[in-house]
Design a protein around this ligand. Sequence first.
Ligand code: CAA
Length: 298
Amino acid sequence: MMEIKRIFVVGAGLMGSGLAQTVAQSGLEVVLNDVTEEAAQKGFSRIQSSLEGRVAKGKMSEEEKDAALSHISCAGTLEKAATCQLVIEAAYENIGVKQAVYKSLDEICGPHTIYASNTSSISITSLASAVKHPENFIGMHFFSPVPVMKLLEITKGLRTSDETLQAVKAVGEKMNKVIIVSKDMPGFIVNRMLDPMINEAIEILDQGIGSVEDIDNGMKYGCNHPMGPLELVDMIGIDVHYSVMQVIHSELGESKYRPSPLLRKMVQAGLTGKKAKAGFYLYDDEGKKVSVNPIFAG
Ligand code: CAA
């Protein structure tokens, strides 16, 4: 089995940088990539402040922080992927965007490079068709915020080899994650349950059955969820959730998976959640929740 020592992460957004941070904290080398060097550096700065926060709280020593940061380098192009045994792609949740990334990577990397997608819904088998060796292709789905959430959901495509599965399981264990393995079906295991629940919360709001806060408090205090579904979808990204629901609905066809019309309108209105400072709630510049979005008040 190939030992993975150096990982290339495509996408330095919230997911990609959280992922790079977790890889670095586990002692593996990581190259954090985005479409420009500046975008990758922005991801690095996010990691730096996250680790500084842990030092300030006494959860990590200054030396441990410096050691983690020393494992990370940034790249504005894909070339350095050739120096890594594993590429984890956390690019925009769109099949065209992702396949284009894999086609470019496949020109750069050798025949043994393992490709993993952090997709939350797109078929691993279809993404694998973009590369010359689909047996080296697998799904590695992490949960936000990656340094905190313990789960790694691995998905085998139709042609994924057992060696690939074992190699990424070993990486997941080094990252201290609890691993579950799913068949390649829309939404895999977790989003097949989570996203219809969030979608139903939006339907409940749209039908005037409950207010934003009552819906969230219902799940927080009635079911012990750490966040209500509307606050959670603001964090995940309302546009991301919409695209996942579209994939699940179009592939499984059942009306129970139909994206809520209010969900679609929120995306059309640019109300995509915390990153836009407005979703079901409003947020300040630091990402702190300020109030319910007045659109839904009263
Ligand atoms: N990065 C790193 N660490 C973070 C963090 C971040 N973005 N956000 C919070 N933390 C850390 C804090 O530093 C703190 O660490 P310590 O306990 O070591 O001090 C810990 O997490 C708890 O944070 P807080 O006390 O600030 O806040 P909290 O107790 O309210 O927890 C939360 C925050 C962890 C986000 C919690 O509300 C939670 O678990 N929410 C649910 C998250 C969830 O369901 N994620 C899955 C989303 S679905 C997905 O990602 C998949 C998909 O396909 C879209």
